[in-house]
Design a binder for this molecule. Structure first.
Ligand code: P76
Ligand code: ZN
Length: 269
């Protein structure tokens, strides 16, 4: 697989879902073998499991006291496009703009701007089964030359049990928005999170109905979004991944446990 960057700098502006602050990000092309990093207040934060500082309701990176929150949706879009060399400058707030809650805006602007570079990059190949578990949640990674992700969720609402498998068609997940349950909002707000959350950027799910006008974009939109989140968290490894993944009720913390286990395998190899 060829390394990729973008043809020209691109900007996005919007609020952070958790901080509520307005932030501008500028994506800059980078040379081969640079990798992906965030850049804020003069500090470069390479995308790596070593720089993860939080996984509670978002995946946040940090280094030398500088933090960039909620990187997962942008990373998922970059992973899907195979963009491997890029600097993301973060101005104003410290959180990646949530846009409409999905990867759609990032994907729409980036898609026609991908630039293939000369050198190859080896995707990280799952070579043996890896399993992480916490309580009744688990994620299994299995060897496969494919990239396939299954997510199964059990929701305490009329949504019930949903299961979805992604087999590579970006259109099937790119519009899936982040979501929250009405009965969780108070707890989330008490933790100082979700300050930028609204019906413009989040699917708000009540016990009996969806609050957003227009309803769902896919009948199983929440599990499609969970697949999207896992694609983003896997890109913390810094390279595309090849394998089959099955997540049962996983979230960012368990995704990160898997990433650490895979990272250790790469380090010893
Ligand atoms: N999101 C995760 C995710 O997508 N990670 O990548 C998540 O845990 N969130 C994001 C949304 C937050 C809660 C935490 C949120 C959003 C909206 C509101 C509150 C919290 C609200 C509201 C509102 C309701 C009615 C009227 C007006 C505003 C998960 C999905 O994995
Ligand atoms: Zn998400």
């Amino acid at each position: 697989m060829k390394q990729r960057t973008i043809k020209e700098a691109l900007e996005f502006e919007g609020v952070g879902i958790h901080s509520g602050e307005k932030t501008k990000i500028i994506l800059h092309p980078e040379k081969e073998d640079t990798g992906i990093s965030f850049y804020r207040h003069g500090v470069r934060i390479p995308v790596s499991p070593e720089n993860v500082v939080n996984t509670f309701h978002s995946t946040d990176l940090g280094k030398d006291g500088v933090v960039v929150k909620t990187v997962e949706h942008l990373l998922a879009t970059l992973h899907l496009l195979g963009i491997s060399n890029l600097t993301i400058e973060v101005q104003g707030g410290n959180e990646i703009p949530i846009m409409d809650g999905s990867g759609y805006f990032f994907y729409r602007e980036l898609k026609g701007n991908v630039l293939k570079q000369g050198s190859d990059i080896e995707p990280l190949q799952i070579r043996e089964e890896v399993r992480v578990q916490r309580g009744d949640s688990h994620i299994v990674a299995l060897p496969c030359s494919c990239f396939e992700i299954t997510y199964e969720g059990v929701f305490e609402t009329y949504l019930g049990r949903q299961r979805y498998t992604f087999r590579g068609n970006v259109r099937d997940i790119i519009l899936a928005r982040t979501f929250c349950f009405e009965h969780e909002i108070e707890f989330i707000k008490k933790n100082g999170l979700g300050k930028g959350g609204s019906l413009e950027n989040t699917l708000v799910i009540g016990r009996e109905r969806i609050y957003n006008e227009g309803g769902l974009r896919y009948q199983d939109e929440p599990v499609r979004h969970k697949v999207f989140d896992l694609i983003g968290d896997l890109y913390l490894l810094g390279t595309s991944v090849r394998g089959k993944f099955v997540s049962y009720k996983g979230g960012h913390s368990l995704n990160f446990e898997l990433v650490k286990a895979l990272y250790e395998q790469v380090l010893v190899a």
